[in-house]
Design a protein around this ligand. Sequence first.
Ligand code: GLC
Ligand code: CA
Length: 556
Amino acid sequence: MSRTWWKESVVYQIYPTSFMDSNGDGIGDINGIRQKLDYLKSLGIDVIWISPMLESPWDDNGYDISDYRRIQKMFGTMEEYELLLKEAHERGLKILMDLVVNHTSDEHAWFVESRSSKDNPYRDYYIWKPARDGKEPNNWGACFGGSSWEYDEKTDMYYLHCFSKKQPDLNWENPTVRAEVFDMMDWWCQKGIDGFRMDVISMISKDPQFPDGEVTNGLYGNASPYCCNGPHVHEYLKEMNEKVLSKYDIMTVGETAGVTIQEAKKYAGYDSSELNMVFQFEHVEIGDGRLGKWTTSRYDFMELKKILSKWQRELHGSAWNSIFWGNHDQPRAVSRFGNDAPEYREISAKMLATCLLSLQGTPYIYQGDELGMSNPRFENITDYRDIESLHAFQEYTEAKLISEEEMLECLKLRSRDNARTPMQWDDSANAGFTSGTPWIGVNKNYPEVNVKAELADENSVWHYYQKMIAVRKAHLGLIYGAFTLLEDEHPQIFAYKRKYEKETYFVACNFSDAEAVLSLPEEFAAGCECLISNYGRETYEDTVKMKPYEAFVLKI
Ligand code: GLC
Ligand code: CA
């Protein structure tokens, strides 16, 4: 396995609207990010992925782009973006751009042209179909509710939108569309960005038959089998690689909903000439039910171990993993996989950091996770801003698939807005995020959970993250070492070895709020070095009685 910078990097994701507001309009911006570069550098991260900051009518918080070459006004100007790049580079930090090219906004000039007439040169940039029996071309449901097809009166046809109706899907079968996208990517590479996080890139090739999907929620057919990992996706990515990616020393990560191991090896195989790595979602989808993610059931720990181990084992030697607990589409890591009750929030956040930063693959830290930020548990539907949450609430309660009270409970656990509340900088008004009114409510726990308080406390979650990042960087074995699962059947502990050249590491994480008994592997019981422990444990004998959410990394 060859060494490369993107395998050895730790990535930090910024959700720009909620990171830092520099001008008091209640929305984070580029100058806010610039103010915090030293903060990020001191944490020890290498790469910053910033969610979209391009011109957009903001139907899906910027994942609906109307101009790929202009900065969204509320974030600042292109000059400020260029300064951000320069100042990041001066500090040795790299910047990944979010590339959203499965769809555009319906306000993008291409779509405005496309919908204007059937013989417009841009018509074929999107996916248009005639009605079937006077109705939608098939039964597919869109990710944000309703049908995937929107009727357009002007030309009496439907266009496909896998997400909201303001996010029409591009027609990647059209070579001109691909050329336009590659040209735009090249333009950004020329500007000096360091790579791309590719939004729902597994969805760019659709099944040409457009067959009906299975109806599981009583409303619409499931389009995923016909939109994810479609017939030409690898061909298109190889072309993208040849025409753009291969020309620059950049890093790429694909968001690949529905990806299997076999598919991941095609996207991110060492010799596949497509992407560097992909995000798989199996572990964050554990426990999804009849209404998909809208459930109050907790994840099954045994399932989590199985999934994480499978990805570790099966990509080793052939493709590179990416490791994450959360992002802007997921609830807060500590609320989902740890425990956000006051007595366990910090210790379980440290446990999750230990695990995240000791697996093979590039780790991604989502903003605020380094503080152990938790779900805000909004009480009212009016507190939510996210299009997915609002549409699901309306659609499912109106169809009486779930009561309003139950749906609010589901939102408290699973809504994307859980991760989108403002970053908590200090204990002043609005957590120091803005001097104005924040676009979404601040988590009430900000007087205790904030950057200022955590920097001042050497036992904070923040300092633990800083230390664990440093531990990872100082030990190549934690980056490249082969993974072996231990204690397979243990119902509380996730334990594994990492082996690299002459070194062996042992990691144990107690994912429960109860004590758990662990037998140390023989070679470690005989004597080892502790690289980090979230309880400050000093002695390690054959049997370790692990405390709630205890975690440590040992080395021989
Ligand atoms: C991705 C993004 C998500 C967005 C969707 C549509 O999943 O992460 O935020 O809503 O794609 O672009
Ligand atoms: Ca602002």
